[in-house]
Design a protein around this ligand. Structure first.
Ligand code: JFZ
Length: 448
């Protein structure tokens, strides 16, 4: 009987996915924030730098709950200003935010009625971070999502993960999942009204994922859920097959889109909706000693490459224990934001171009099909053609190109046909934009 009851709502969840995702597909660029008690540790424990990402320090050092929870008494981010975070995000061109409401350590960055192990009840700071951040970002027109660790919880005796404080054989995962995890997710939805629920690691089985998804849909059918709600077993198959197209077919069950492995860019276009989370340096949560920051140019190229293959990029920053966004992230975010102000139309609301482009080209294409006028093809010059000529391969197989110009200057460009290729001529001998120059083509699809 239970299955028959579920069939209707599951069909509703699946059939409404395309419309639910529309704003998310157009958004393309999201900000990921990992913040919690681990920021106080900052990757250091007992005067040693601890290997592994900062938010995993409790696990890496098998820190007992009674010791780790003492960090809550030190959590007092006196520089925390959610309106400043939101202004920076707006200026940086982010269209959505995902912030850790509860990571694997079990500490809640919101005022939860299910545990006092939360930022309001257990810290001298005493403010509801999720509430203030959600209000500030929504005021800037930025959609808001919550990261929630639904399976691992090193604080809760029945959750998976902590086998140094708790006997694994005495755990009752079902009790944790149905009496704590799902109720806390619904508490987040009812109190703070998120647009996305971002799960992690995966539920142990399809049944858990199904039941969690059904409760979310009942609470708010418009909430987008990422692919890591689905069982982690699917990922293991991928690790063997290394076939991202396999993940597209098998990886999305109760999630709305495929969540790729951290910092993993597929080498080709994926036909499904997908997102990849990436770090700016070597960690998600703050590490005081981690100065291995990726360059702005590298991260902008990553954004362009991801969108050119139909994906969304979720780029992370781990705020300091005082509540500041690291200045290296701030600088990078604003540099990319400045580029997006001039070239954002080549990213937001664009897709992979239906053109067979060799992998070694110095450019990446994005594409916006248009109903009422020519389609728009954007050519992102990752490299620069020293001889002033750019060959765009195979584009004339599918399109007639009417006009070509430099997007940010509107400078018209000469072009000539060469078989199925289009050759742009008269480019200056040095890049117009020091990061990435974008050309725009007005293209009419050929009748097939
Ligand atoms: C998880 C977390 O453990 C980590 O702390 C961070 O929050 C990251 C965004 O997500 O790490 C993962 C999760 C999944 C994979 C790899 C790392 N995976 O599917 O390979």
């Amino acid at each position: 009987m239970l299955l028959l009851d579920n069939t209707g709502i599951i069909n509703e969840i699946l059939s409404s996915r395309k419309s639910r995702l529309q704003w998310w597909r157009e958004a393309r660029y999201g900000l990921f924030i990992h913040w919690g008690l681990y920021a106080v540790a900052g990757g250091v424990w007992n005067n040693s730098m601890i290997p592994g990402v900062g938010e995993w320090i409790m696990f890496m050092e098998k820190i007992p709950v009674k010791t780790y929870r003492e960090l809550a008494k030190l959590f007092n981010p006196v520089e925390f200003d959610p309106k400043e975070w939101a202004r920076i995000a707006k200026e940086s061109g982010f269209k959505y935010l995902v912030i850790t409401a509860k990571h694997h350590d079990g500490f809640c960055l919101f005022d939860s009625s299910l545990t006092n192990y939360n930022v309001v009840s257990s810290t001298p700071f005493g403010r509801d971070v999720i509430k203030e951040v959600t209000q500030a970002f929504k005021s800037e027109g930025i959609k808001v999502g919550f990261y929630y660790s639904q399976t691992l919880d090193w604080f809760h005796k029945d959750a998976l993960g902590n086998e140094w404080d708790y006997d694994p054989w005495s755990k009752n995962f079902r009790r944790y999942f149905y009496e704590y995890s799902i109720p806390q997710v619904i508490e987040l939805i009812k109190k703070y009204d998120p647009d996305i629920m971002w799960f992690d690691i995966g539920c142990p089985t399809h049944d858990y994922a199904r039941d969690l998804r059904i409760e979310i849909h009942k609470a708010n059918p418009n909430i987008i859920v990422n692919g890591r709600i689905d069982p982690w077993t699917i990922r293991y198959d991928f690790l063997i097959s290394k076939d991202f197209r396999y993940l597209c077919r098998r990886g999305i069950m109760f999630g709305d889109y495929l969540e790729l492995h951290d910092n993993t860019i597929p080498p080709y276009t994926l036909e499904c909706d997908w997102e990849v989370p990436i770090t700016h340096n070597g960690t998600w949560g703050w590490r005081s000693w981690d100065h291995e920051w990726r360059s702005t140019g590298k991260l902008l190229q990553t954004l362009i490459t991801v969108v050119s293959r139909n994906g969304n990029l979720l780029i992370n920053t781990g705020p300091t224990p005082t509540g500041k966004i690291p200045h290296e992230s701030l600088t990078m975010f604003l540099e990319i934001g400045s580029w997006l102000k001039k070239n954002g139309e080549s990213i937001y609301g664009t897709y992979a171009a239906p053109i067979d482009t060799p992998s070694s080209t110095i450019y990446k294409l994005t594409y916006r099909p248009c109903k009422s006028k020519e389609d728009e093809i954007y050519v992102h010059l990752i490299g620069w053609p020293w001889n002033g000529q750019l060959r765009i391969y195979n584009i004339l197989q599918k399109f007639d190109v009417g006009e070509a110009y430099v997007l940010e200057t509107m400078q018209a460009l000469n072009m000539k046909k060469s078989g199925n290729d289009l050759v742009i001529e008269g480019l200056p001998y040095s890049p117009i934009n020091r990061l990435v120059t974008v050309l725009k083509l007005e293209a009419q699809p050929k009748e097939v």
